[in-house]
Design a protein around this ligand. Sequence first.
Ligand SMILES: [Zn+2]
Length: 113
Amino acid sequence: MPWSNGPSRTSTPEWRKIRRACITRDGNTCAECGADGRQVRLDCDHIIPVAEGGTDTLDNARMLCTTCHAAKTRRETERGRARRNAKRYRAKEPHPMDAILAQQQANQQCEQH
Ligand SMILES: [Zn+2]
């Protein structure tokens, strides 16, 4: 779940302030489908997710309707899962140093005999 790392980042007073500034800048419409904020609920979205290095700034904010926001969050969750899988895969691979150390140990054993 996207919020499993703690409370939602969108609930902070700073982000609420950015949300208001974002509506002033972009208007009360969805940045992707143009849905009207008076007819649908709009969320203030991090363009670059915080998990990917995005910041709590107006530059990184835009309004999305819940439908577009949910689709984007789903894509981000899939990217996050792919990142975690990639990390796990790398961890399984032997470290290059292990091979070098094993070779050195083998050489030392040869010298001892
Ligand atoms: Zn939308």
